[in-house]
Design a binder for this molecule. Structure first.
Ligand code: NAD
Length: 324
């Protein structure tokens, strides 16, 4: 049992967060995380329109009695969504927690706060974390350079970023990027975080609604098998290395890249097809360096039970021995 400000804030048993995962964080995965005692966020933009999100929230409620939240990502996108309409559905459905990401959530905070929703903002630098605290976010999830997806442009690893964020902020923080096991959880707490976020690790679980080839790719590849695309657009994404990624990097090397040049390769709709059909050589799959730590495809309960047992054993036994 590890009690932190994050378990208190979300009302969950374990300080482990499943953050937004485009197309993947749907009811099957998020309810499994919730039932295993963690805090899961379903990714709003995975659903074609706000009414589809509403249906998924109701589905998730049927699958778990435990708390869960919704992720809203404000990064650039090829298909700009109606954010206020997604937020309105969350409010109407009684969602109490929203994870924002990608851009400053300030324009949406009045709508969220007047509904009593607690906001955890996912960001990649101390200055953005400070801004999140200043504008009234309730917690911050801080993403190190190891992270899958969009780790920002500063290239600061979790080992540095998490303690610096702890020093700078008063609100609870969740460490994200590079975390996949009980050792990571103890490290996150040691660095001053109130919990840890995992993304890639949750994709390689039985309940993640993706093709088995995708899960196997995360097990079979190691910590060296990621690449950074879209650096030239200042929208860096850490992804699994495959032939599509090589094509994108080749286009970027030519210079003066425009999103139109690479959109046919990086489009999320192609990535969705990969997740459904399992051809991991075609399309983009966000993946973190923690792939090197992923060796199996457990259920979420097995995963979280194992992480907690490992963390508690390190704290009681290993630290006990070291202290003498
Ligand atoms: P999409 O199909 O809309 O776009 C594909 C990629 O191109 C995304 O990475 C997007 O950020 C980027 N992009 C689009 N327009 C751009 C522009 N004008 N300038 C620079 N980059 C641009 O994306 P999707 O896969 O359907 O995902 C929807 C949203 O979720 C996007 O905003 C995406 O960035 C985000 N996402 C976030 C993460 C994460 O790590 N937080 C992971 C996957 C997707």
């Amino acid at each position: 049992m590890l009690k932190t400000r994050i378990t208190e804030m979300f009302g969950v048993a374990r300080p482990i967060v499943q953050g937004g995962l485009m197309w993947i964080a749907r009811a099957e995965l998020t309810s499994a995380v919730a039932n295993a005692g963690g805090m899961g966020f379903m990714t709003a933009l995975s659903f074609a329109d706000p009414q589809a999100l509403r249906a998924e929230i109701r589905k998730c409620r049927r699958m778990t009695d435990n708390p869960f939240g919704i992720n809203l990502t404000f990064l650039p996108t090829l298909r700009p969504p109606d954010y206020p309409a997604y937020i309105q559905v969350c409010i109407e459905e009684g969602i109490r927690f929203i994870e924002t990401a990608g851009r400053n959530p300030e324009p949406y905070l009045p709508q969220l706060k007047s509904a009593g929703i607690k906001v955890i903002h996912k960001c990649t630098s101390v200055r953005h974390a400070l801004k999140a605290e200043k504008i009234g976010c309730d917690a911050v999830s801080i993403d190190g350079f190891e992270a899958a997806g969009h780790p920002g442009e500063d290239d600061v690893t979790s080992l540095i970023l998490v303690p610096l964020t702890r020093d700078a902020l008063r609100i609870p923080i969740v460490a994200s990027g590079g975390f996949a096991d009980g050792r990571g959880l103890v490290a996150a707490l040691g660095l001053g975080a109130d919990g840890m976020n995992m993304g890639t690790r949750f994709v390689a679980t039985r309940e993640a609604p993706v093709h088995d080839n995708v899960k196997r790719a995360l097990v079979d590849n190691d910590e060296r098998a990621t690449r950074l695309i879209m650096r030239t657009l200042r929208n860096t994404e850490r992804v699994l290395h495959n032939p599509t990624v090589d094509t994108v990097l080749e286009i970027e090397r030519r210079g003066d890249t425009r999103i139109e040049d690479i959109a046919p390769y990086v489009s999320g709709l192609i990535g969705k097809t990969m997740l459904e059909q399992g051809d991991t050589q075609k399309g983009i799959l966000s993946a973190g360096q923690c792939m090197g730590l992923i060796h199996d495809i457990p259920t979420c309960k097995e995963l979280l039970d194992g992480i907690m047992a490992q963390a508690e054993s390190i704290i009681k036994e290993r630290f006990g021995q070291v202290l003498g």
